[in-house]
Design a protein around this ligand. Structure first.
Ligand code: FAD
Length: 182
């Protein structure tokens, strides 16, 4: 999460938003860029109702970095969106052909670059696009194993940015395709 609230141009946001709340290009808080914990603090401050944040704790915490998770039928926060997105991306890699045609390879590279542009958390999208723009990080799509490992490295780049542990990419296929051996 950002140390200070920011707008889409990276400028400091007015102090009325609590720490961790990221603003969208419209200057309003961006739900898919903000953790539910920060969102709940903002909602509590807005209503001045001490019960607002505590009602959210009836939802069991998700297995992320936040102790609060949005209810299942609410728009996703940055963590829920991230977990769902990684599930989709690693699952695409898991079903990727072992010997993809040149057309599939080209389309897959294009898909990853388009995905990076359209990702609904703009701060995440910007950083991911910058990471992708480095030559050494270009999508490796010549086989399932190449693509699965590349996806794992892409995910690890975000893990490192967020101060999380790196995943062992030798085990990407066990995690996302075959299931654990032991
Ligand atoms: P996740 O990181 O979502 O991982 C889900 C599961 O994948 C883990 O439980 C683990 O089993 C497995 N896994 C973990 N690492 C790897 C790996 N390297 N390879 C294979 N499997 C792995 N959040 C932000 O707050 N700021 C950002 O800038 C940001 N950028 C993002 C950019 C992209 C492109 C995406 C898709 C997500 C981004 N996120 C960002 C969300 C963030 O990556 C996490 O999804 C979110 O914090 C929830 O984390 P988590 O600990 O629950 O597990």
């Amino acid at each position: 999460d950002a140390e200070e609230p920011q707008d889409a141009q990276g400028a400091a946001a007015p102090k009325k938003f609590p720490k961790g709340v990221v603003l969208g290009p419209d200057g309003k808080p961006c739900r898919s860029c903000t953790s539910f914990a920060s969102w709940a603090v903002m909602a509590k401050e807005k209503t001045k109702d001490p019960n607002v944040a505590t009602t959210t704790t009836t939802t069991p915490p998700a297995a992320g970095t936040s102790s609060l998770a949005p209810p299942a039928d609410c728009p996703p926060d940055v963590e829920q969106l991230g977990r769902s997105s990684w599930t989709l991306l690693h699952s695409i890699a898991a079903q990727y052909p072992q010997r993809p045609s040149p057309t599939i390879q080209r389309e897959t590279s294009t898909f990853m670059r388009t995905f990076a542009k359209l990702y609904p958390c703009w701060t995440c999208a910007e950083d991911f696009q910058n990471w992708l723009a480095v030559d050494a990080n270009a999508p490796r799509v010549s086989s399932r194993d190449e693509f699965g490992r590349w996806m794992c490295e892409a995910h690890n780049a975000v893990n490192v940015k967020l101060g999380k542990e790196k995943f062992n990419c030798d085990r990407w296929e066990e995690r996302w395709r075959t299931g654990w051996k032991d």
